[in-house]
Design a protein. Structure first.
Length: 250
């Protein structure tokens, strides 16, 4: 990305960022912790499936997390439903106490594996030094988000934190983006949103009337998806440093 503001970002006065897999490498931590916890709770399960249990848990093919973001369940109920689905995939029973035991093994493994992406602190520091307000907008829960930010050292680098349970609705609902902008004190049209999910982040923000960037850290996007964002004027970013560069923050 060339230095200086991109044309679509010329009016940007504030930045909103997704948290999981945008600022923090949540994916890797979930993969590792889910495998550890499944091995502890279901030691008799097929080892090849145990090795993939963390990936399966994160992928959530039954859509329990989506239901949570729509306000159809609580955070705790969503996670327990995902554990139950994981047990079924492993060919195991979800007996009494299994969900609690799984979480008891999962949480310390997740926290030990959690890391901020290397560009996150640099980009946030540059934005702050340039006087650009920064907010985080995530579909995760408030307490869980606060713990993740504290563990990765990013909690003190943000002006506003909005979560699904504090707002009552989640991305891609336009109300989530608009309320986060209101709390930052800027209009949607002058607030840049960047996240790693195509539908809930990049397209959701654009549909809410915001300039947006789609963060694709590894590889290149599917050509069809690249055409979609190009048609909407949404740049594909490889890292968060490009956000600071694009806004002219030295």
């Amino acid at each position: 990305m060339p230095r200086g503001p991109l044309p679509a970002w010329a009016r940007v006065r504030a930045v909103l960022l997704d948290v999981d897999d945008t600022l923090i490498d949540t994916r890797a931590a979930m993969h590792q912790a889910g495998t550890v916890a499944s091995g502890v709770v279901w030691p008799a399960a097929d080892r090849s499936r145990i090795a993939l249990a963390g990936e399966r848990f994160r992928s959530d093919p039954d859509g329990f997390f989506g239901a949570y973001t729509r306000g159809e369940s609580t955070f705790d109920a969503m996670r327990r439903a995902r554990i139950g689905a994981l047990a079924t995939w492993l060919g195991q029973e979800l007996g009494e106490g299994h969900a609690g035991a799984w979480l008891a093994a999962y949480e310390p493994a997740f926290e030990a594996a959690l890391r901020a992406h290397t560009d996150a602190e640099v980009a946030l520091t540059r934005l702050a030094a340039h006087g650009i307000p920064v907010g985080f907008l995530t579909n995760s829960g408030a307490d869980y988000t606060a713990r993740k930010l504290a563990l990765t050292g990013l909690g003190g680098l943000v002006d506003v934190i909005c979560t699904r349970d504090t707002l009552g609705f989640g991305k891609p609902d336009a109300r989530a983006f608009h309320e986060a902008c209101r709390r930052l004190g800027t209009a949607p049209a002058e607030t840049l949103y960047v996240g790693d999910e195509l539908l809930s982040d990049a397209l959701g923000a654009a549909d809410a009337g915001m300039p947006a960037g789609w963060l694709v850290r590894d590889g290149a996007p599917d050509p069809g998806e690249a055409d979609v964002v190009a048609g909407r004027g949404i740049p594909v970013l490889a890292n968060l440093i490009q956000v600071a560069d694009g806004l002219g923050c030295p």
